[in-house]
Design a protein around this ligand. Structure first.
Ligand SMILES: CC(C)(COP(=O)(O)OP(=O)(O)OC[C@H]1O[C@@H](n2cnc3c(N)ncnc32)[C@H](O)[C@@H]1OP(=O)(O)O)[C@@H](O)C(=O)NCCC(=O)NCCS
Length: 143
């Protein structure tokens, strides 16, 4: 198992993993151009797990100089429960720490019970004091 920063060359393999992973919701922002922009704005913060030439895990992270944001954590089904998801999260948090980010957030689909257990076991607090509000800035409802 090998972990390394994600590059745009991983795009096709990453999308293929995300598309077969319930719990990961894709939007138009996940287009090739969207992910390329994200990686360029947040160099070194998104990580892939690689086995041979296969991408079997991903996590993406960025920050706004204040808080970190994690998304697209996915591990291919046959490789789960071996610590790969935890290793991806830890590497991602190390990269955020190195940029002096002291707190991170993530969004989880409300019906993702397994995901909720995973994050809770890693010490992530489920917030009941904050509600997420979103606004679409373009004409595209799938932005
Ligand atoms: C959530 C997800 C990324 C976890 O990946 P993973 O590689 O299985 O994660 P880990 O192996 O680090 O931990 C998973 C569990 O296996 C356990 N585990 C880790 N190593 C283990 C080992 N060697 N033997 C047995 N169990 C082990 C962990 O304790 C953990 O237990 P928990 O689920 O009760 O918390 C994966 O299930 C996934 O891709 N889910 C779908 C996508 C998703 O929901 N993503 C989160 C939305 S942001």
């Amino acid at each position: 198992m090998h972990y390394r920063p994600m590059t745009i060359n991983d795009y096709a393999a990453a999308v293929s993993l995300w598309q077969r992973t319930p719990g990961v919701r894709l939007r138009d922002a996940d287009s090739f151009e969207g992910i390329m922009r994200y990686l360029a704005r947040n160099p070194g913060l998104s990580i892939v797990a690689e086995k041979g030439s296969d991408i079997i895990g991903t996590i993406m992270a960025g920050h706004d100089g204040h808080r970190g944001f994690l998304q697209h954590l996915a591990v291919a089904e046959p490789y789960r429960k071996q610590g790969i998801g935890t290793a991806l999260v830890n590497r991602c948090l190390d990269a955020l720490r190195a940029e002096s980010i002291d707190k991170a957030h993530l969004m989880l689909l409300v019906d993702n019970d397994a995901g909720k257990r995973f994050w809770t076991n890693l010490g992530w607090e489920f917030r009941t004091d904050i509600a997420l509000h979103s606004f679409v800035l373009s004409a595209n409802p799938s932005a």
